[in-house]
Design a protein around this ligand. Structure first.
Ligand SMILES: NC(=O)c1ccc[n+]([C@@H]2O[C@H](COP(=O)([O-])OP(=O)(O)OC[C@H]3O[C@@H](n4cnc5c(N)ncnc54)[C@H](O)[C@@H]3O)[C@@H](O)[C@H]2O)c1
Length: 270
């Protein structure tokens, strides 16, 4: 069911790789709610993924951009405004990648070149996007910029390795840039801290199935799905959340406020 929450709004959605991606589900919801947008992903992901199928469904186009390249971002935001016919109202940063995790490196054996890549792709890109938008004056007042985070920014998870630092940095950028952009142009910047979700990025982390099940048992509402997350993002893009900025918003079925749950006690009782 559509509420037309995003009618007349324009934006850019980063990170739709396949139908499991949080960004993919978000694009479908934003389309359903009347928003218009361009899709983007890294050139290499374009060859592997199916983003063109999604573009067809949403009646839009794909503009390739490596989110670490200022030149690509400049081109993306310039072209998106041209194609969509004006300044933008929403941006989704749904980007994460750690070469150390991908290559199975332990936290005590980090490759530092890859570590910097993790931070550049998964966190600094958020700053680059915001700075590009500010320099191009690409965003309307009360535009909403959302990044996706994970609770490993606050708590230690052994297999999340350098991505934990990337998420802490991502959340920090949301606060610092949110303050700057809010006072200059009334632009809102937030992160959403999402439950473990079965996607390409999620499943790449070793032991994922175990902490997926653990989080499910530790959350009174269970894990939030990618589709639930897409719904929340739509609300964050809408005018219903005009005064929300500089926040890390927990979207986790209650996980982050639970000490232990009956479901977990039952599972662990010998
Ligand atoms: N899956 C989970 O359990 C989970 C939980 C909390 C937060 N998140 C976060 O949600 C976001 C989306 O991940 P997802 O789970 O949908 O997985 P996904 O693998 O579908 O999406 C990750 C995307 O990042 C893109 N990407 C990688 N390098 C890039 C670059 N240099 N430039 C542009 N794009 C690049 C990939 O192509 C891919 O589309 C990530 O920030 C992830 O950390 C995921």
């Amino acid at each position: 069911m559509s509420y037309n929450l995003l009618k007349g709004k324009r934006g850019v959605i980063f990170g739709a790789l396949d139908e499991n991606s949080i960004a993919w589900k978000t694009a479908l919801k934003v389309h359903e709610e009347g928003g218009k947008f361009t899709l983007t992903n890294a050139p290499i992901a374009m060859r592997m993924g199916k983003i063109n199928e999604l573009a067809k469904t949403c009646n839009t186009e794909v503009i390739p951009a490596d989110a670490t390249s200022e030149q690509d971002l400049n081109n993306l935001f310039t072209k998106s405004q041209e194609m969509l016919g004006g300044k933008l109202d929403f941006v989704l940063h749904s980007i994460g990648m750690s070469p150390n995790i991908r290559k199975g490196k332990e936290y005590g054996d980090m490759n530092y070149e890859w570590y910097l890549k993790t931070l550049d792709i998964s966190a600094l890109s958020f700053h680059k996007i915001l700075q590009t938008c500010e320099k191009l004056d690409a965003l309307n007042e009360y535009a909403s910029v959302v990044g996706l985070s994970y609770i490993a920014a606050q708590r230690a998870y052994p297999d999340y390795t350098d991505m934990a630092q990337a998420k802490a940095m991502l959340e920090s950028i949301a606060r610092s840039y949110g303050q700057r952009y809010g006072s200059k142009k009334k632009v809102r910047v937030n992160t959403i801290s999402q439950s473990p979700t079965k996607t390409t990025a999620g499943a790449g982390i070793s032991g994922f199935d175990v902490f997926f099940d653990y989080a499910d048992l530790m959350s009174p509402l269970g894990n939030a799905t990618a589709e639930d997350c897409a719904n929340y993002i739509v609300v964050m893009f809408s005018d219903l959340t005009r005064m929300v900025t500089m926040q890390n918003l927990m979207h986790d079925g209650g996980f982050s406020s639970s000490g232990i749950t009956d479901a977990l006690v039952e599972r662990l009782t010998k």
